[in-house]
Design a protein around this ligand. Structure first.
Ligand SMILES: [Zn+2]
Ligand SMILES: [Zn+2]
Length: 365
């Protein structure tokens, strides 16, 4: 690791003593989020990176709204792969959005912008993994790797860097951070979904579960069954269903990603050729809980939400290809929900774009 200590980059002292933190669940990625010139990535531009750190620190120290004690990040990584010591390990960050989020994860910032330099160079990705390993080894960070936008409404750390996070935060040579990634550690999905009024996923019971298993075997995705498919959904069903999802081109095998082995309506229809269960068009499905709607995360309930938005005509925010139903809760989803909330008198008081039970009920009824 190419570590540049605070004294090496000319840091000013902290305004107050920084809060000690024994450990965190993981590390969150950030970007500068303003214009960063592409020329910063040139090989001969590294001499300007220490000055950029001093500027970043100065801007944070000058921010009397946040009243920062110091630069908000635990580490900052430049395009050349150097890891600049920010607050450092065992110091609580100020960058993740609120006190709970700051206590939950460390914060690492990449010198990337929302224009100009937006794509992380290979050397920077190596530096980011170095910073993650440093915070794990010297700061007792857990295995989780996320982005500022996880659980907080922001574009940070930008789509390019966030895609790298979601893909497992590998080095350019493909190797993982030491100790693996959160997604590998979190193992097999053990939650249930309801499709057509019937439960699917770990622990779900019924003849419809047997039917799914039999269809998987018939299509050649039965290799995890030690005994034949039965009426109770087991990890073997999840693993076999995952093989089927991967064969459809779904990506992401961690829980709540698209290929986690828990059915969605589309894949289930493709597997069986029909959708079992009662018609639910007239009844509102149960509210899945606010945790189903986290910016940047996937959840089957988001697809249901999207269908309601489209049916009610709140779909003007999209990526340029029209608004399509899907499991990911994007900033477009949030903005379309906010439009619906603003347009609905009972909800107009808090149009934050995150569905609560009232928004869910009114949108889907
Ligand atoms: Zn951020
Ligand atoms: Zn540099």
């Amino acid at each position: 690791m190419k570590l540049v200590t605070r004294s090496n980059w000319g840091a000013r002292p902290s305004r107050y003593d920084l809060a000690y933190i024994a450990s965190t669940g993981g590390v969150k990625m950030h970007y500068e989020g303003t214009y960063v010139p592409k020329s910063l990535a040139a090989a001969d531009a590294h001499s300007s990176c220490a000055g950029r750190m001093r500027d970043l620190q100065a801007s944070h120290l000058a921010n009397r709204v946040e009243d920062y004690s110091d630069i908000a990040y635990n580490a900052v990584v430049c395009p050349h792969g150097s890891v600049f010591e920010g607050r450092g390990p065992h110091r609580k960050t100020g960058a993740n959005g609120n006190q709970a989020l700051n206590a939950a994860d460390y914060a690492v910032c990449a010198m990337l912008g929302n224009s100009g330099l937006v794509a992380p160079p290979d050397a920077m990705l190596d530096g980011l993994v170095d910073a993650i390993n440093w915070l794990r080894n010297s700061g007792s960070a857990g295995k989780r790797i996320g982005g500022h936008r996880d659980g907080y409404a922001t574009a940070c750390p930008g789509d390019r860097l966030y895609a790298w996070v979601q893909d497992g935060a590998h080095r350019p040579d493909g190797s993982s951070p030491q100790g693996g990634t959160g997604s590998e550690a979190s193992g097999i999905a053990r939650y249930q979904v309801t499709i057509g009024g019937l439960p699917y996923g770990y622990g779900a019971k019924g003849a419809h579960v047997t039917a799914v298993g039999q269809a998987l075997v018939a299509k050649g995705f039965g290799r995890h069954y030690k005994v034949g498919p039965g009426p109770e959904w087991t990890d073997a069903d999840t693993r076999n269903y995952q093989l089927f999802q991967l064969s459809l081109g779904y990506k992401g095998t961690a829980p709540h990603q698209d290929a986690d082995g828990v059915p969605g309506e589309v894949s289930l229809h493709q597997l069986l050729g029909y959708l079992p269960g009662k018609k639910t068009t007239s009844s509102v499905p149960p509210f899945p809980g606010r945790s189903a709607f986290v910016l940047g995360r996937t959840n089957p309930a988001v697809t249901t939400l999207d269908r309601g938005l489209i049916r009610k005509g709140f779909a003007r925010h999209h990526d340029g290809n029209g608004y399509q139903p899907g499991p990911r809760f994007t900033e477009y989803t949030r903005q379309n929900v906010a439009d619906f909330q603003r347009a609905t008198p009972a909800l107009a008081g808090d149009p934050d774009g995150y569905p609560g039970p009232q928004t869910w009920k009114l949108l889907l009824s």
